[in-house]
Design a protein around this ligand. Structure first.
Ligand code: SAH
Length: 189
């Protein structure tokens, strides 16, 4: 309910696949990590307007958010300030930014639906480099690709959840379209 109050992207860029994680999906991911005792120190890659990082901070995590788009980061900062939580925001490109190791990476990376996007590969690569465990959101049907891509790391569990996608781009024809996404817990080696 608190995450429903956050401000989303003001001018989402389709090439960057900027859409906010719906609060229902964000809480599923965050409670999952919390119940496993893995929501103490987290890094949110491609944090956008901050939903996952702020949600983690609200649940007591020490949280960091990395984002390429300065406009999105401004909104994220503002969202955190309004809720009175602290998150370490960092502007940077996940493909090149140097990050210290962190126990848990949380992320809703670009799915690669738009051609120009790098998709989720660079995000998975960075997440495996810095994290012990990854909680990540991907479009449905990704399991085979992810299983091979993350080797020798491994998928521990996949959960399928509905993802209500609000109309945010010109080319979206319906107000809300519910798609199915996959939540992954990946253990890094
Ligand atoms: N995680 C946010 C936003 C998801 S959209 C949420 O859950 O609401 C994906 C985000 O990744 C966008 O904000 C986009 O700007 C960001 N992004 C795309 N490529 C990036 C890159 N190379 N480095 C850092 N952030 C990137």
């Amino acid at each position: 309910m608190v995450l429903e109050r956050l401000e989303g992207f003001s001018e989402p860029v389709p090439e960057m696949e900027q859409y906010t994680t719906p609060p229902s999906v964000a809480s599923e991911l965050l409670y999952w990590a919390h119940l496993r005792g893995e929501l103490e120190r987290v890094c949110d890659l491609g944090c956008g307007t901050g939903t996952l990082a702020i949600g983690a901070a609200l649940m007591g995590a020490e949280a960091m958010g990395i984002e390429l788009d300065p406009a999105a980061l401004l909104i994220a900062r503002d969202n955190a300030r309004r809720l009175g939580v602290h998150v370490n925001w960092l502007r940077g490109d996940v493909r090149s930014i140097a990050l210290k190791r962190v126990p848990t990476v949380i992320m809703n990376p670009p799915f690669g639906a738009q051609r120009k996007s790098q998709g989720d590969r660079a995000f998975l690569q960075k997440a495996m480099k810095v994290g012990d465990v990854i909680y990540s959101i991907h479009n449905s049907g990704s399991e085979g690709f992810i299983r091979r891509f993350v080797e020798p790391s491994s998928i521990d569990e996949v959960r399928r959840v509905p993802f209500p996608l609000r109309r945010c781009f010109e080319f979206h024809s319906r107000e809300v379209k519910t798609i199915e996404v996959e939540l992954y817990r990946i253990v890094c080696r």
